[in-house]
Design a protein around this ligand. Structure first.
Ligand code: HAS
Ligand code: CU1
Length: 573
């Protein structure tokens, strides 16, 4: 940390790190529980993945499995555990822990444990109907598909608990601001608070959908739900939730990776700007998931399309800024030339390499996202295998592979135990990356050939069989990628289990939290950059974000609320 107004000295021992013995501390324990539970959910979800991949290769495993009734039950478990449960636990642990360490503050542990247990019980409740095939509604749970009430109640508890963690983080930051008037929020805390505020705005749709509509409906209190209204509320949250998954990875790419590469952050103000933009415009873009839904005027779809292009801007800023940090670090390490400097990056280190591979795959994931956002192109790829292709190289790598890499230093930091095998860790991230790239290639290609997403191939009629026949090569790629990913997962979880079950060595050193310094600590004349001053007003940004969604969603939501066509629930599985 620099000791300028940006950041300020941190007295917690492991920030400057080195030379301090491992210190157990109660916040570490609850963080470990959040991460480990998230990873356990991921383990189960990921093991179902190869079965989905084999489905695309035309191999029907499900009819031979005693514990899963259908492809759709497997897909529901896979999506819910990986995309919703794993991410929420991991992010809640991470984005409370990092700001607390950066500010040198301890959170209220009763609140943190309360949130952890609410999340865990909620997940367990939702898992029961998923496992008994009573909530085979996929991770989007579109009405009129109706799952067991426990599924919705569990999901509500998961989200509510994440909001509690968010409120706690924001409260801690606000307390720090009041104790330190005039000081600028340190970068990791700034990013974390912006992410949580974004999630407060973003989660409103899901909260209303589940609490007001789905729970009463599944309990039989109300007779029907309007599918269009429910889908709209779902995607109100369903788009920005992807930034709730992405931004914690960006926190690491901007603020931790530079130190892990032996470099510095090239521009803190730019990093702050990216997060401020995400806070402002992550949410009012959800209609890009509903271009083909009837009942939404084309004008609003176009408005959301334009805003979607705008929300790609902070990611483009990130691409340039993070790449510049990489080059800076590589040149400090003696890197030369236009491209050759890349070879000087610490490629033997799984912590760096996992994140670099996550970034590389996100170049393709992001480009695909911009294609999806274009209304005319989306008509070609919507509801095809292209879409799962897209999201496995976004949430499946940018997020998940980054979290793998983070776990390689964070679990040792939290437990005082050594990473079991840095070599196997390195192999695991390469396998994961390779598997996801092959998967994405196969799925994008299939999508262009018209293969639908969410299709149990073995159940297809003759017309679809003909389409499948044309797509034999990409479908084989998808099947193969599932096997590569399985190897990656076995290696990754092998390292994690060996680390967590290993023993702490006597005299273990504290693994430092790799908070990075920045190249130029402040603006000209040693003063805080003017933009940083403006962006420091996170509350103002938060209220502007709320006003923006009110304008961009308000009219359509009011129209839908006043003109509902409720339908009863259906069980199609
Ligand atoms: Fe998406 C569908 C548009 C980003 C996830 N998306 C989905 C679904 C998921 C998902 C899960 O407009 C499926 C939902 C469902 O089940 O139906 N997406 C976008 C756009 C972006 C985007 C415009 N998506 C994400 C992220 C996700 C995610 C992030 C998860 C984490 N997406 C869509 C649309 C749909 C959609 C439509 C609906 C399609 C349909 O028809 O249903 C943008 O945010 C992307 C911007 C990103 C970039 C890339 C920047 C690159 C970076 C890496 C830099 C690399 C470096 C490496 C520095 C512009 C930051 C250097 C390396 C060295 C070694 C030197
Ligand atoms: Cu989206």
């Amino acid at each position: 940390m620099t000791s300028t107004p940006l950041g300020g000295p941190d007295t917690t021992p492991d920030v400057r790190g080195r030379g301090h013995g491992y210190a157990a501390h109660p916040h570490k324990k609850v963080t470990l529980y959040f991460l480990a539970t998230g990873l356990l959910a991921l383990l189960i979800g990921v093991l179902i993945g190869p079965l989905q991949a084999l489905n695309y290769a035309g191999v029907d495993v499900y009819s031979h499995l005693p514990f899963l009734k259908s492809y759709y039950q497997g897909l529901s478990l896979h999506g819910v555990l990986n995309a919703l449960v794993f991410t929420t636990f991991f992010i809640s642990g991470l984005l409370l822990y990092l700001p607390c360490r950066e500010l040198g503050v301890r959170p209220n542990l009763i609140v943190a444990w309360g949130a952890y247990w609410t999340m865990t019980v909620g997940t367990a409740l939702a898992a029961v109907p998923l496992l008994t095939n009573d909530a085979t509604v996929l991770y989007t749970f579109y009405p009129p598909l109706m799952g067991h009430p426990l599924f919705y109640i569990g999901a509500a508890m998961l989200v509510a608990a994440s909001l509690v963690v968010g409120i706690q983080t924001v409260t801690i930051w606000w307390g720090w601001k009041r104790r330190n008037p005039g000081r600028v929020t340190p970068i990791v805390t700034y990013m974390s608070v912006a992410t949580w505020m974004m999630w407060f705005v973003a989660s409103l749709g899901l909260v209303v959908e589940v609490l007001v509509f789905l729970i009463p409906w599944s309990l039989g209190i109300t007779k029907g739900v309007d599918p269009l209204l429910a889908r709209t509320l779902f995607w109100y949250t369903g788009h920005p939730i992807v930034y709730f998954w992405l931004l914690p990875a960006y926190v690491s790419w901007y603020a931790l990776v530079p130190r892990q590469m032996g470099g510095r952050i090239v521009s803190e103000p730019l990093a702050r700007l990216a997060f401020a933009l995400f806070l402002l415009i992550s949410t009012p873009v959800g209609f890009h998931h509903q271009y083909t839904d009837p009942g939404i005027p084309a004008l609003w779809k176009v408005v959301h399309m334009l805003l979607t292009f705008l929300v790609a801007v902070p990611s483009l800023l990130t691409a340039f800024s993070v790449a510049a940090s990489m080059e800076y670090a590589a040149r400090l390490r003696g890197g030369r030339g236009w491209i050759r400097w890349m070879g000087r990056l610490p490629w033997k280190d799984a912590i760096f390499t996992g994140q670099a591979l996550a970034m590389i795959s996100f170049i393709f994931g992001g480009a695909g996202g911009i294609a999806n956002a274009s209304m005319a192109i989306d008509a070609v790829v919507h509801n095809t295998a292209w879409i799962p292709g897209h999201f496995h190289i976004t949430v499946g790598t940018a997020t998940t592979l980054t979290f793998f890499a983070v776990s390689f230093w964070l679990l040792p930091h939290l437990t005082g135990k050594k990473l079991a095998s840095p070599r196997v860790a390195l192999w695991s991230v390469w396998f994961w990356f390779a598997g996801m790239m092959v998967f994405a290639l196969g799925m994008h290609w299939e999508g262009l050939l018209g293969i639908p997403r969410r299709a149990q191939i073995s159940a297809a009629g003759p017309e679809l069989q003909a389409v499948y026949h044309k797509a034999a090569v990409p479908m084989a790629l998808t099947g193969i990628s599932g096997m590569i990913l399985l190897v990656g997962a076995v290696l990754y979880f092998g390292v994690i289990f060996a680390t967590l079950l290993g023993r702490r060595e006597a005299g273990a050193q504290e693994v430092p939290v790799p908070f990075s310094e920045q190249v130029a600590a402040a603006g000209k004349d040693g003063r805080v950059h003017a933009m940083t001053r403006v962006l420091e007003n996170l509350w103002a940004l938060f209220f502007v974000a709320l006003a923006l969604v009110a304008v961009m969603y308000g009219p359509e939501l009011v129209a839908m609320l006043l003109n509902q066509h409720p339908v009863p629930g259906a069980r199609l599985w």
